[in-house]
Design a protein around this ligand. Structure first.
Ligand code: PEP
Length: 436
């Protein structure tokens, strides 16, 4: 933005025309400089670098043709645009904002939007999508193009001619123009409670659970694929690992974009395949896009899984580049007898010590068995103490989570401590909306 003067000098008439055209109606041109560009070009004309009449003519024509192009594009492509996925250059949010603005101000939006960066590009497209009468659109387009293109350019030219040494203030003036042009849009957005809440929520969700790992273990739920897809959609945030039952892995994997996929178990018999009825191999999981695998969950230990089986599963997972989430934790009797550290040490050593990890990542989930599914989590002090102890036994490539009756109300009480690298959540993960 501060390099506008050299940019304009290098771009010349054709470049200015191209930028104004693209910014006016070319969909991906919304990020280009508009107000500041035409003002600065007017200023440069006052200094003899450009001819002011050629300049205003080109800017006016570029603005009007650009808007008309946007209109024609909107009319042709129509509702398909709304189905487009967000990308670096395209945000549906901007399109929706322009739509709201347009619905509120009708044809005048074409004129007002000229002065609103971002919205400027989408207003003519939406006029086309909404099939506004072309003669009416053109009239507003010409008026807007004239006030904006000719007006702002002449303003730059005029100030450049009458204010001595204006080049010293040009950056401040350009900043002021940008500030004035975006202020009404910001005020408009923040005046509306729904829009305000949506924006604040987006920011909150983007920063939520930053640097933490949150594992959603669905266990043997839900009953239908339809429910699985809905839950997955609502859980699809960065730093979340969604761990559905095997039968839903493929479909969940297809719809998630930000979350990672995890499996609830894997076979240690063979990482590729073989005659092992009922088992699921590491390669099959990887081919479905699985990144993490829970191993040694207390519910599986209760079904007879031993430390030696768990060790084999960890080795299989690691050899296949899956990240194991090894669950460890004492039962109530062990806790009462003061055996927590001993049990945990034993589970970690038998699970990990013989594995040649080659520094590969692993996740440990400290899950006191008596806290799982009971609604009674460990106290934060105790969880922090045990996790601190686990960290003494492991290395930096090992993240340590807490699990056991975590829900949307208590999650932050745990996550706020730096030594707790994340949480593993069971039943509450089936209602993800509450967490975001
Ligand atoms: C779990 O499944 O490991 C778990 C912690 O469950 P819940 O959150 O329901 O206690």
């Amino acid at each position: 933005m501060f390099d506008l003067i050299p940019l304009i000098k290098a771009a010349g008439y054709l470049g200015i025309f191209g930028i104004v055209f693209a910014e006016s109606g070319l969909f991906i041109g919304f990020f280009l400089p508009g107000d500041s560009l035409v003002f600065t070009a007017g200023f440069l004309a006052s200094q003899g670098f450009l001819n002011i009449w050629n300049l205003v003519s080109l800017i006016f024509i570029g603005a009007v043709i650009g808007d008309s192009f946007g209109y024609a594009f909107g009319k042709k492509v129509g509702p398909m645009i709304f189905k487009r996925e967000d990308s670096f250059l395209f945000h549906k949010e901007n399109l929706n904002k322009a739509k709201m603005f347009y619905e509120k101000y009708g044809g005048k939006a074409i004129i007002l939007a000229r002065f609103m960066p971002g919205i400027r590009t989408f207003a003519p497209i939406l006029a086309g999508v909404g099939k506004m009468q072309y003669s009416k659109f053109l009239a507003f387009n010409i008026i807007g193009g004239a006030i904006w293109g000719i007006g702002l350019t002449l303003l730059g030219y005029y100030l450049g001619s009458v204010v001595p040494n204006i080049d010293k203030y040009i950056v401040s003036i350009v900043l002021l123009i940008i500030f004035i042009s975006i202020t009404p849009m910001i005020v408009h957005i923040f005046k509306d409670k729904n829009t305000r809440d949506r924006i604040l929520n987006t920011i909150r969700n983007k920063t939520k659970y930053v640097n933490k790992l949150v594992v959603f273990n669905w266990k043997m739920n839900p009953e239908t694929l339809e429910d699985a897809i809905n839950i997955a959609k609502e859980s699809d945030y960065k730093n979340i690992v969604i761990v559905p039952p095997f039968v839903f892995l493929e479909e969940v994997g297809k719809i998630i974009r930000k979350a990672k996929l995890g499996a609830q178990d894997l076979s240690y018999k063979d990482s590729r395949g073989g005659s092992f009825t009922g088992e699921v191999s590491a390669v099959e999981l990887i081919n479905l896009g699985v990144k993490y695998v829970i191993i040694g969950h207390s519910e599986r230990r209760a079904m007879g899984e031993t430390n030696s089986t768990i060790f084999s599963k960890i080795k299989t997972a690691m050899d296949s580049n899956l990240i194991p989430i090894l669950c460890i934790g004492e039962n109530l009797e062990e806790r009462k007898s003061g055996l927590t550290r001993k049990v945990i040490r034993n589970q970690i050593y038998s699970g990990l010590s013989l594995t040649n990890r080659n520094n590969k990542p692993i996740v440990l989930a400290y899950e006191p068995v008596w806290a799982i599914g009971t609604g009674k989590p460990d106290t934060i002090e105790s969880a922090r103490e045990i996790i601190g102890y686990i960290k003494e036994l492991t290395d930096q490539n090992c993240r340590v989570l807490y699990g056991g009756s975590i829900n949307s109300r208590n999650i932050n009480d745990f996550l706020k401590y730096p030594e707790i690298d994340g949480v593993l959540i069971g039943s509450a993960s089936l209602e993800p909306k509450l967490f975001f």
